[in-house]
Design a protein around this ligand. Structure first.
Ligand SMILES: Nc1ncnc2c1ncn2[C@@H]1O[C@H](COP(=O)(O)OP(=O)(O)OP(=O)(O)O)[C@@H](O)[C@H]1O
Ligand SMILES: [Mg+2]
Length: 260
């Protein structure tokens, strides 16, 4: 299972990515968690302490690795380079391993003149699409907010994209743009998770605005998420069990393939 999690800024993408990762590891499943947001914050949602986070070097900053695999120099454009870099060992050698998951932080890919054909971009896309998973393994990718990553097709190669939506017009409009652009890059399997839902009206609003997207689950607004954030622990350790169960149900639906 390879899943990318997307949506407007601040809707709860990293929270969902971390919840799914930690629920899978509780079931003794191996997970490759990829933080594809240049403003990376998945490590925080996983509860990795700041001093350990500081030791993780993003892939986009591993100049020697990128140059060795693509045969091109980073930040020099107009060169020939391999479009099929070897990536199989990258998660094992460059990821941060903890309690059954491996976290890879992709980092900021310099867009200046590079577009989607820069060596960093090529390596990162290959990482997702060529990474072969064992049946019991999962890849969970936390995407950058908004739609820009769809232009770069960072998530090409995932089985499904989950759009996190909060009950608000801007979040819904962003979800609609994501749906349109995902179809344009051939990513047809889409579903949504409603987050920060405080009333039946909130849930009705999201369903009414995005009737075409299968709703995997509805996470209520709860202060424990903010508290976990402030304490620097994973929300899974603080939120009520009923909320963890809702995430569990989302995971089951993803595994059953309940997506468009
Ligand atoms: N169901 C919820 N109820 C209340 N607060 C929540 C809920 N889900 C997430 N939050 C809070 O919302 C904030 C944003 O969550 P998160 O970092 O997961 O969003 P994001 O979409 O990854 O943001 P960004 O676009 O900045 O990466 C965090 O402070 C988090 O604790
Ligand atoms: Mg985030």
């Amino acid at each position: 299972m390879k899943i990318a999690i997307t949506g407007k800024g601040g809707v709860g993408k990293s929270t969902l990515a971390a919840m799914l990762t930690l629920l899978l590891t509780r079931d003794e499943r191996r997970v490759l968690a990829i933080d594809a947001d240049p403003d990376a914050n998945l490590a925080g949602s996983l509860g990795i302490p700041p001093e350990e986070q500081a030791m993780i070097i993003p892939i986009a900053e591993q100049t020697r690795l990128i140059e060795e695999r693509t045969g091109a120099q980073v930040k020099r454009y107009g060169q020939m380079f391999s479009l099929n870099p070897t990536v199989a060992d990258i998660a094992g050698s460059y990821g941060f391993n903890r309690d059954g998951y491996t976290l890879l932080i992709l980092g900021a890919v310099d867009q200046g003149g590079g577009g989607c054909a820069c060596p960093e971009g090529v390596l990162i896309r290959a990482l997702v699409s060529d990474c072969i998973l064992h049946k019991s393994e999962a890849l969970i990718m936390d995407m950058e907010a908004g739609v820009e990553h769809l232009g770069r097709a960072t998530a090409r190669g995932v089985d499904a994209m989950v759009i996190v939506v909060e009950p608000g017009r801007r979040s819904v409009d962003c979800a609609k743009r994501i749906v349109r652009m995902a179809h344009e890059i051939g990513l047809g399997k889409l579903a949504m998770v409603a987050n920060k839902v405080a009333s039946p009206e909130d849930e009705a609003f999201i369903k009414e605005q995005l009737p075409e997207l299968p709703l995997l689950g509805c996470i209520p607004f709860h202060d424990a998420f903010g508290e976990a954030d402030r304490q620097g622990v994973a929300p899974i350790d603080l939120v009520p069990e009923t909320i963890v169960d809702e995430y569990r149900s989302i995971l089951s639906k993803l595994e059953e393939g309940v997506v468009l």
